[in-house]
Design a protein around this ligand. Structure first.
Ligand SMILES: [Zn+2]
Ligand SMILES: [Zn+2]
Length: 274
């Protein structure tokens, strides 16, 4: 079975929603080394596209996120055997409205594009009605636009509707396997990976958690469509970085191999009793 050695989605204190002062790059790298990781991807929230005025949430989260991260990293001794990747979690407000330009994206090691932060009211496009059918259709439209934007290395927490989780299972039931395979095929054709996300795991802060069958179906259909995957805890605290280990559940359940990972990601095959 594959043992994960990367986490491509970690937030630092630079993200506005990260309330833990302990979430410094230095502490993150130390925690990552303790977890046996060989590669860590910093992915703070960002809206850096100067052509579109962002939601107030992004007012202080422009390109300075990247320059400040680089300054922080310059100040510390990087651990040996741990590759640091500088990326971001860029926002998508709607088809054609992205929080990062192509030039900016090309200057980073990776870009996670979020196509479903539907809680950013009045900014990220929401479904026209709060119904499972409308949500399912909207998730697909946002997914396919983000996948073909030419900006994303991977899509963050794909097909997971933040702000609409109470409708999640019902919305997914309105979508056929073929519809999903077709949408995931767009990502595969553009060489855009899908993230296997810490958000797919149960979370005690949620009023109600969704069934594991939902992400299992998403990932298995994406595999069938030819998608490659990245793994990301989406940690906003040092404790939540442990989630990368829990994500190995999906590797076992879906028999994922190294060939299913986006090229360049750290992972090894571990044989039992060796
Ligand atoms: Zn996100
Ligand atoms: Zn995130």
């Amino acid at each position: 079975m594959i043992k994960l050695e990367h986490d491509l989605h970690v937030h630092t204190f630079l993200s506005e929603c990260c309330t833990s002062p302990d979430q410094t790059p230095e502490n993150i790298l130390q925690t990552a080394a303790g977890l046996g990781l060989k590669q860590i991807g910093f992915a703070d929230h960002i809206w850096a596209n100067p052509a579109i005025e962002p939601h107030p949430f992004y007012r202080k989260q422009g390109w300075s996120q990247i320059t400040r991260l680089r300054e922080e990293l310059d100040r510390i001794d990087l651990p040996e055997n741990l590759q640091v990747l500088i990326g971001c979690e860029a926002e998508m407000a709607g088809p054609g409205r992205y929080g990062i330009t192509r030039e900016q994206a090309e200057s980073l090691d990776f870009v996670l594009l979020s196509t479903n932060h539907f809680y950013l009211e009045g900014f990220v496009e929401e479904p026209p009605h709060r119904t499972p059918e409308a949500l399912g259709e909207h998730m697909l439209a946002m997914f396919t636009a983000g996948a073909s934007s030419g900006l994303a290395t991977a899509l963050a927490h794909p097909m997971l509707p933040h702000g609409y989780l109470e409708l999640y299972e019902a919305a997914m039931e309105t979508l056929s396997d073929q519809q999903l395979v077709d949408a995931f095929g767009v990502a595969a054709a553009h060489g855009v990976a899908l993230e296997i996300s810490g958000n797919y795991l149960p979370d005690r802060r949620r009023a109600r958690n969704f069934d594991f069958a939902v992400p299992l179906r998403i990932i298995s259909l994406a595999k069938r469509a030819g998608c490659r995957f990245t793994f990301g805890s989406d940690a906003h605290t040092l404790e939540a970085m442990q989630r990368i280990k829990s994500l190995e559940f999906f590797i076992a359940a879906l028999e994922l191999t190294l060939a299913d990972l986006m090229p360049g990601l750290a992972a090894v095959i571990e044989y039992p009793n060796s």
